[in-house]
Design a protein around this ligand. Sequence first.
Ligand code: KG4
Ligand code: ZN
Length: 351
Amino acid sequence: MSTVLAIETSCDETGVAVMEKKGEKITVYASAVASQIDIHAETGGVVPDVAAREHVKVITPLIKKILQQSGKNKETIDAIAVTVGPGLMPALSVGVQAARTLAFAWNKPLVPVHHLEGHIVSALLGEEGIKSTYTIPASPFPALALIVSGGHTMLVRTDDFLHYQLLGQTKDDAAGEVFDKVARMLKLPYPGGPHVSKIAERGDVNAFKFPRPMIHSGDLHFSFSGLKTAVLYALRDNPSAKKEDIAASFQMAVVDSLLKKTEQALEIEEYKTLLLSGGVAANALLRAEIGTLAVNQGIKLCIAPLSLCGDNAVMIGQVGLLAFEAGRKESWQNVDAKARMSLESFSARSD
Ligand code: KG4
Ligand code: ZN
């Protein structure tokens, strides 16, 4: 049996959770996410130093509250799992420093977690993951994970828990980032994804023929900056265009691009499960269209529950527990935050 305190501060959500693994059974004793959305909405995006200041403000009271709620303490916690990257350096540093301090004071090991390991596992757990007690799914592998967030757009092959092979990623903007930028062009609030998607419900997906960049590139990489420019030109050249039509046509182009590459990946290799996670996985059109793709391909689909699509500490604690039991334990001196780090460097050796 293992118990971890998990901390996530890679962007604009402060997440803390206390979780336990007993065999294949996970219990989330307490968890919370303190969102900074209202603060960043005022500036139309995340200012890293402002995010860090907010994390500093809330993290200690949040850890105290979650520990109290969980009924656990330094005697009953085995390790501290923390997101070490990738993300905004000032924001990451707050969580990592809090984790290092606790590890030092309590004399416990740290379990460094890559943010995207968390997003992958949130899909693997599916709707089970929102229960306070759930069972880790039995062998859904090999799985193909489509991770779509504000900072990343990736296709990853995973042959086991804690095992990752990067198949493709965006060459420029991430899918969430482009949703946010298009939202700004349409004068919609931050974060843009949910707002674009909301007005797109009333728009015509065929009103504008936006490009699906890299769709025939012959690899599994993505690109969204050309699409962003196409939206900018469409707005410039059609000042009377309905925002709803732009949003609907743009959203369809993003979803098409994501799914075309996913389909190509499924043609190259055989998979047992298709996974979808990350902030953009909250998008209703993407959830529906990937559902259709999975049915057509005859593959089991696991989508992160809506409450775990955005950043949270439960997904970090889940990875932390698996990794801790697999021997990923570090002394506080050896753990640092890093804005960029490869997912594959966290992959457990397959031999
Ligand atoms: O995973 P996440 O919470 O943070 C990162 O790790 O980046 O993802 C946040 C991103 C934002 O860009 C936001 O606009 C986008 O997810 N997003 C959406 C939707 N909900 C959130 N994008 C499209 N449709 C949505 N419904
Ligand atoms: Zn994220």
